[in-house]
Design a protein around this ligand. Structure first.
Ligand code: MGD
Ligand code: MGD
Ligand code: SF4
Ligand code: MO
Length: 753
């Protein structure tokens, strides 16, 4: 697409060297990230530096070992860490590939135009790039108000940028991890239990006797602690029930695999609810004491029999009954997992509500083997003046009252508030994008690009020349997590713990850490009083001293555990009196809050459109060795998996005469053709009505010397979304694809001839 902001392919040298570099590494075996040429080295010759991983959002704490020459030799887990119990996943171990990547952004870049009109990036000093960025922010503040700035931020480093833009005066701070990920779940669980699920999830998987996974593909979804706990549960003979149209890794370890017809889960959940109520399998005392709306729910599901659900889900009635009884037999140690990436079909808050309700009937919230009550260490912020109170926000782009139940900012809402609209009070005009590759993570790329083209400026802070970087006016190269301090990790868990990330090595090239960037900008914008410290060590040390630790101690131990303040890990064990943070003070089976907002107070099943003839529903998910689009160029992980494949059922493959391993192109319902071909994986492990691919491949920037053109991008194919009316999440499993066996580019040329 031709846009006002032409996509600029960031030029680089050294591609040949990159190719050689890969072959020097062994992909397999224990030390797969270590250079063979360096030879083995004993721990005595290495210095460990504490860190927490940034390859995904589980943030496992570990140690980076550096040899005497200053080379990183390995990264291992910290035994004290509740997130990882001493073991990192392959991605975390291979995280050093982010540091070593020769394709990294190396110096600030500024968009410029040549005499012939072509746009290009010129290398700039930090001084010049930051002056220009501050100047643009200042003009925006004076001409339109600070609220016209938005920050997209994902990952731990974004917190410093968050401080900066809050001091600047904007509330528009967002990440794709809400409206494209866990948002519906948080809204649904809050409506039901008065509290959300959080990250890491408060799920007591390790003690569960029955674990129900609804599309949660733990094992491919590699969130470390969950996998370890699931293995523990399996060793203890827990019953695993997996509902997935695909035989996922989790499904292959399950007693029951329910290969559900995609988009019909609510029908299954209602039928389970029906069986559990009608056969009186629910936890009667718990339900009586804690819940509100049981009689309404009973009436609501009275016709949702397994026979009714069979016609919708294709799951046989006796299997529905049997699995419901398994769940009840293990109750309250039955965990119906709430999932994480739950923005599927647009009725996701209601599906998550149905999951929450089932957990409530089984009495698992607040009980061992269900959901625990997490605690975190509250680390005070370094003293600063109060942030200004913004006068406007992204919500002004919508009619009053819309998305009342949402307490985070919608990333797609920021796009809506950036595209001019006559009724809107606050049009956003400047974006700072920190650590999120919006072209890969937001659906409907056309809309994202339309928003970008209405901006006065776009600044991208990244470590790599990713798809979003090419649209920036200013590109700021951040150093990787192995080269910097960040704020202390304080995430909640069974036991509260703190984890430190400190640099193991100096920043490569001309890259800088986020805290330095934020402070430099604050100085230029007259916001110095919010950053009244010399360096981040001072901030961390001050914060740690408030809770009886210090930077020096954390540098030695990396992770510090604290005693829980309250002995209430399982707070409903023994059925004590308890008031929930809902309108009724009860667990709301009937949601008064949803009813007040005009939504269905109890979930209903509605049918979703089916793929047209010759098209298949596009499903996507994770691979154990990659994280989204961020790792596909990491040479350690690329060695393990260098492209994605499209899973196709053999019946469909036969029909199309597609062979296993054959490269094909995908074309979606809107005529969008994948930029690159993708290999077919013909397998019985997927239903005939859908296809599946791993997210994060098919990069279009040649600068990514390994990832460019490898596999296809699901993001490119997701041009259609169904918005969740409750919370604005983008249902992204509503696109359909068909297959092209010939190179479409060649076809186009032939058409022209
Ligand atoms: N089509 C499709 N869309 C999806 C998903 C999907 O499966 N399919 N998944 C959804 C989900 S669940 C989520 S949570 C989101 C994730 O969305 P994102 O967080 O946007 O995920 P990534 O694509 O990994 O983009 C991360 C970006 O951060 C950069 N980065 C990595 N480390 C650092 C660092 O230390 N500093 C800085 N400044 N930058 C860094 C990477 O180079 C990359 O550009 O995407 C959502 N969108
Ligand atoms: N290795 C690795 N692990 C990760 C990540 C990563 O990038 N890499 N990202 C992390 C993040 S932020 C998130 S949010 C999670 C996401 O991981 P999860 O929350 O576990 O999964 P989803 O992406 O929602 O779901 C993928 C599964 O849903 C199935 N599915 C598709 N349609 C349907 C349907 O209609 N019904 C049912 N029941 N199932 C369906 C697919 O076949 C697939 O197995 O993973 C996390 N873990
Ligand atoms: S699960 Fe793996 S990638 Fe994610 S933080 Fe832990 S070690 Fe890193
Ligand atoms: Mo996510």
């Amino acid at each position: 697409m031709k846009t006002r902001r032409d996509f600029i392919k960031i030029s680089t040298a050294g591609a040949g060297a990159a190719a050689l570099g890969i072959s020097a590494l062994s992909a397999k075996g224990l030390n797969f990230f270590e250079s063979k040429t360096d030879g083995p080295v004993s721990n005595e010759d290495l210095t460990p530096y504490p860190t927490y991983c940034e390859v995904c959002f589980w943030k496992c704490a570990g140690w980076t070992y550096v040899d005497k020459s200053g080379k990183i030799r390995k990264i291992i887990g910290n035994d004290e860490d509740p997130h990882c119990s001493g073991r990192l996943c392959p991605r975390g171990t291979g995280g050093v590939g982010m540091y070593n990547d020769e394709d990294r952004l190396k110096t600030p870049l500024i968009r410029d135009t040549k005499a012939d009109g072509t746009q290009y990036y010129r290398e700039a000093s930090w001084e010049e790039a930051l002056d220009l960025m501050a100047e643009k922010m200042d003009i925006l503040r004076k001409d339109h108000g600070p609220e016209c700035l938005a920050l997209f931020s994902h990952g731990s480093g974004g917190k410093m940028m968050t401080d900066l833009v809050k001091a600047f005066g904007t509330p528009n701070i967002t990440a794709p991890s809400f409206a494209q990920c866990r948002g519906p779940r948080e809204v649904a669980f809050t409506a039901t239990f008065g509290e959300d699920v959080m990250s890491p999830e408060r799920t007591d998987i390790r003690d569960a006797k029955c674990l129900v996974l609804i599309g949660s593909h733990i094992g491919e979804n590699m969130h470390n602690g969950q996998i370890q706990e699931m293995s523990h549960a399996i060793e203890n003979d827990a019953t695993i029930i997996t509902v997935d149209p695909r035989l996922s890794t989790a499904a292959s370890h399950s007693k029951y695999w329910l290969p559900i017809k995609p988009a019909t889960d609510i029908a299954l959940l209602l039928a389970w609810t029906h069986v559990i109520i009608n056969e009186e399998l629910y936890d009667k005392e718990y339900v009586k004491k804690y819940t509100f709306g049981f009689e309404q729910l009973k009436e609501h599901v009275k016709n949702n029999t397994p026979e009714w659900a069979y016609g919708i889900t294709t799951i046989e009635p006796h299997i529905i009954r049997e699995t419901a009884r398994e769940m009840a037999a293990a109750s309250p140690r039955t965990l119906v997992h709430p999932g994480r990436h739950v923005t599927w079909y647009g009725d996701d808050t209601q599906r998550s509500r149905a999951i929450a309700i089932l957990n409530a009937l089984l009495g698992s919230w607040g009980r061992r083997g269900g959901f625990y009550n997490p605690e975190k260490v509250s680390l005070p912020s370094f003293p600063h003046p109060p942030f200004p109170i913004p006068k406007r926000s992204w919500k002004d782009a919508y009619p009053p009252g819309k998305y009342n139940l949402v307490n985070e900012v919608l990333s797609t809402g920021i796009c809506d508030a950036t595209i001019p609209n006559p009724d809107m009070d606050c049009q956003l005009r400047g974006w700072i994008v920190y650590g999120t590759n919006l072209l890969a993570s937001l659906p409907d790329q056309r809309k994202t690009l339309e928003a970008i083209n209405n901006l006065d400026f776009l600044v991208v802070i990244d470590t790599m020349p990713m798809d979003i970087t090419g649209y920036a006016d200013i590109v700021l190269p951040e150093c990787t997590y192995l080269e910097r301090y960040d704020y202390i990790r304080t995430s909640p868990h069974r036991e509260p713990a703190l984890a430190l990330r400190m640099p193991a090595v100096k920043p490569k090239y001309n890259s800088k850490p986020n805290w330095w960037i934020a402070k430099q900008l604050a100085n230029r914008l007259g916001l110095e009083e919010y950053f009244k410290w010399e360096n981040i060590e001072e901030v961390l040390d001050w914060q740690l001293k408030q809770v009886g630790s210090s930077l020096e101690e954390m540098q030695r131990i990396g992770v510090k555990k604290f005693k829980r303040e309250y002995e209430d890990l399982f707070f409903l064990e023994g059925l004590p009196d308890f008031e929930f943070n809902t309108n009724t003070g009860k667990i709301e089976l009937y949601s008064s809050e949803l009813a007040n907002e005009g939504f269905d107070p109890m979930p209903k099943y509605t049918a979703h459109p089916e793929p047209p003839q010759g098209f298949y529903r596009l499903n996507y998910g994770r691979a154990p060795m990659h994280t989204f689009s961020r790792t596909s160029n990491n040479h350690n992980l690329w060695d393990l998996m260098d492209e994605n494949k499209v899973w196709i059922n053999p019946k469909v493959a036969d029909l199309w005469e597609i062979k296993n391993g054959q490269y094909i192109w995908l074309k979606n319902q809107d005529g969008v053709i994948s930029s690159f071909p993708i290999k077919a994986r013909v397998t019985e492990r997927i239903r005939w009505d859908s296809v599946y691919m791993v997210h994060g491949f098919g990069h279009t920037d040649k600068k990514l010397t390994r990832a460019y053109g490898r596999g296809a991008s699901d993001s490119e194919m997701v041009t259609k979304v169904v918005l969740d009316p409750v919370m604005g999440g983008t249902g992204m499993r509503v696109s359909f694809v068909t297959f092209l066996k010939e190179d479409p580019a060649r076809n186009k040329k032939e058409d022209k001839a």
